[in-house]
Design a protein around this ligand. Structure first.
Ligand code: ZN
Ligand code: ZN
Length: 346
């Protein structure tokens, strides 16, 4: 082999690529010679553009997800371009796509009932099966959704995390002048604020972090409060709990109107709740997990296609993927909104 050949060229020739790799909790590294697998029947290979770092990526990195398996390539919020297709694939090479990162079998009772998000055979990219934080990624074409040309890469990479909120909002009715409280202003909380704003709701954002409260005012006319500052008389039609801690769940029930709805999207292990209040006031509590595909993804894409849907403040920084240590540190600090890894090589 020509020794002058650049690493990158050699990698292309040998079907090698660079990708992130978590050997054990706390140990993330960049592998230079990862294999880029050729697509088989029904599969596509994509060249990554962006990868969003999610709270669950941070949890896998920290060893906080019980069903995670190691070693694993992290990453599930993926935007890329199809560069190769196997047999029986209708999507053309060159199409920009996002990935639905939770597999479903289509056969179990829950899938048959249309609840693919609850599939008993579900596997999650970057958690218990290799994800896509790599230059290239090969997967079943069943899990990709083409993105309209007019949508920027920066908005397209938000389709997956926004789909979580789109699904959560379908549990309740949020429209013009619905009073909505969002507890927790991390990525999902901010996306909930963005969507509720777009739908014309009256929004109160609650977070312990004053800087985050300050930043969510850029989505629109948002009232902001720390949990301690919430007045005993305040009541909301809908409360979205996106903090994922038990005092937030408790507060969600405290501040919902009689006959109102609480939607839980934060993953709190346990909380003690005033059942008497819930029963006497007919409060509905909804759990909401990920999304159904393709419906919630398609709706998420539609919202992002709307120029008046304000979501841009969500991206805190776009970081080249070889600076993954800095990117993971920033994401793990919990002080920023979305950190995006750039795989474009520019
Ligand atoms: Zn995610
Ligand atoms: Zn299933």
């Amino acid at each position: 082999m020509n020794t002058l050949m650049k690493d990158q060229e050699r990698n292309v020739l040998e079907n090698k690529m660079r990708g992130l790799y978590i050997t054990n909790p706390g140990e993330v590294s960049l592998k230079e010679n990862m294999e880029s697998r050729a697509p088989e029947q029904g599969e596509v290979k994509i060249k990554l553009i962006y990868g969003g770092i999610c709270g669950s990526d941070v949890s896998v990195f920290k060893g906080k997800i019980a069903h995670a398996s190691y070693p694993v390539t992290p990453g599930h919020e993926l935007l890329g371009t199809v560069i190769e297709t196997g047999a029986d694939v209708e999507v053309a090479v060159g199409t920009r796509v996002v990935v639905q990162p939770n597999s479903y079998c289509d056969e179990c009772e829950r899938c048959q009932a249309g609840k693919t998000n609850l599939c008993v055979n579900k596997k999650s990219l970057g958690v218990n099966v290799d994800g896509g934080f790599a230059e290239e990624f090969t997967l079943s074409a069943k899990y990709i959704l083409p993105v309209s040309d007019s949508l920027s890469d920066e908005r397209a990479v938000l389709i997956e995390p926004l789909a979580v909120v789109v699904h959560a909002f379908k549990q309740v009715t949020i429209g013009k002048d619905t009073s909505v409280a969002v507890i927790g202003c991390g990525t999902e909380g901010q996306l909930a604020i963005a969507l509720a704003t777009y739908l014309g709701a009256t929004i109160t954002a609650i977070d312990i972090n004053e800087e985050k409260l300050e930043s969510v005012t850029s989505y629109g006319d948002i009232t902001t409060l720390t949990p301690q500052a919430v007045d005993g008389d305040l009541e909301f039609d809908v409360v979205i709990e996106a903090a994922g801690v038990s005092p937030a769940v408790k507060q969600a029930v405290d501040i919902v109107k009689p006959g109102g709805d609480v939607v839980l999207i934060g993953l709190t292990a346990e909380a003690t709740l005033p059942i008497m209040k819930i029963v006497r006031n007919e409060i509905s509590i909804h759990g909401s997990i990920i999304y159904n595909f393709p419906f919630d993804f398609a709706d998420s894409l539609e919202y992002l296609n709307e120029p008046t849907f304000t979501v841009d403040p969500i991206i805190a920084e776009i970081i080249p993927f070889n600076e993954y240590e800095r990117a993971y540190e920033a994401a793990a600090s919990g002080e920023h909104a979305k950190i995006i890894l750039n795989f474009k090589g520019d």
